[in-house]
Ligand binder design. Structure first.
Ligand code: UFG
Length: 353
């Protein structure tokens, strides 16, 4: 298939591009390179530097490249930054995203897989979290992802967009070629490894959560497993209706309700899937696992809670297994952290500027 990957020079996007190219697909990457890295795009994919806000340019690109399906990874994705600069998040994640939808409509491209997030669940009452849990984001980042899911759902009902929204839990790890490099870096695994290298001081944000060791629990998923799920989701959108072939009769899909609001799953128009391993690890468990990977204990200090951190986020991944035929292959923390560590060892300066 001919796929456009927005944000294909970023962390998740670049690994998905690697996977798509390795599977014989024809890939065009659209990336502004504001947070992405040119050299993260594997040979064999075409890189176009541009933004989602150029709606007409996007439509032209979709037509010229005869795109069959879009994998939409481009986004602003820092929770803390989103609270300080919501305008940036609404502009890029919502306005940019809707521009992409409209360009797709114009060019007659109906298939879309979207990088969504567990942040749409906010602070969930029940873990593992099923896809039909209440959607109640607690920061602008999650809210803008939810807003775009909503647009996909309504466009699915009205215009026949065949969409799958993948709600990622905590992505970690690297391939041989591509790894995680954000500026600023806020994520736990890269911060722990930077502390192992003596490049930064590690702070554990809060030890008074209602969890067994008092630190937050998260569901970590290897970026390579995530890339496999993207491929499966893209293949799912080839069906007339992603889930069943006939709209509206599958528990994995959602259809707009008259009157709007936030339609609950169980209808038709958008397929939503969690991507997580189904098990959770605390911050201290991650630090210990990293210590065994690097062969020495990793120093840390205990600090205050970080605003907006829910105590525990763990996915129910039954739907991803059923609908996508997907199972995570790199399940252990050591495997995930080990691959990230190898990437740091082989790329000591990260990506070239
Ligand atoms: N943490 C630390 N110290 C650090 C960094 C993180 O203690 O230096 C803690 C956090 O407080 C949290 C846990 O480690 O308890 C994981 O934090 P991350 O920043 O790695 O990840 P988050 O769970 O905050 O966020 C991730 C994605 C978001 C997504 C969210 C949904 O980065 O984009 O998962 O689950 F919204």
């Amino acid at each position: 298939m001919r796929v456009l990957v927005t944000g294909g020079a970023g962390y998740v996007g670049s690994v998905s591009v690697e996977r798509l190219v390795a599977s014989g697909h024809d890939v065009t990457v659209l990336d502004s390179l504001v947070t992405g890295h040119r050299s993260a795009v594997v040979d064999g994919a075409r890189l176009v530097q541009g933004t989602l806000r150029d709606r007409d340019g996007l439509e032209r690109l979709l037509r010229e490249e005869r795109i069959d399906a879009v994998l939409h990874c481009a986004a602003r994705s820092l929770v803390g930054q989103s609270a300080a600069e919501p305008a940036l998040y609404y502009t890029e994640n919502v306005v940019g995203g809707v521009g992409l939808l409209d360009a797709m409509l114009g060019a007659g491209v109906e298939r879309l897989v979207f990088s969504s997030t567990a942040a749409v669940y906010g602070a969930p009452e029940v873990v593992p979290i099923p896809e039909d849990a209440p959607v109640a984001p607690i920061n602008p980042y999650g809210e803008t992802k939810r807003a775009f899911e909503g647009a996909m759902r309504w466009y699915g009902g009205a215009y026949g967009l065949r969409g799958v929204a993948l709600r990622y839990f905590n992505v970690a790890g690297a391939t041989e070629r591509n790894g995680e490099q954000h500026d600023p870096e806020t994520h736990l695994v890269p911060n722990v490894l930077a502390a192992a290298l003596g490049r930064r001081q590690l702070t554990v944000f809060g030890t008074d959560y209602p969890t067994p060791d008092g630190t937050c629990i998260r569901d970590y998923i290897h970026v390579e497993d995530l890339a496999n799920a993207h491929l499966a989701a893209l293949e799912l959108t080839a069906r007339k209706h992603p889930t069943t072939g006939s709209p509206g009769s599958d528990p994995g899909s959602e259809r707009p309700e008259p009157g709007g609001g936030d339609p609950t799953p169980g209808h038709g128009g958008l397929t939503v899937c969690n991507l997580g391993s189904g098990s959770g690890f605390s911050v201290l468990e991650v630090i210990r696992a990293a210590g065994s990977v690097v062969g020495r204990p990793i120093p840390y200090q205990v600090g205050a809670r970080r605003p907006g951190d829910p105590a525990a986020l763990i996915a129910s991944n039954a739907r991803a297994r059923d609908l996508l035929g997907w199972t995570p292959r790199h399940g252990t923390l050591e495997e995930m952290i080990g691959s990230a560590w190898r990437w740091l060892e082989t790329h000591p300066e990260g990506y070239p500027p």
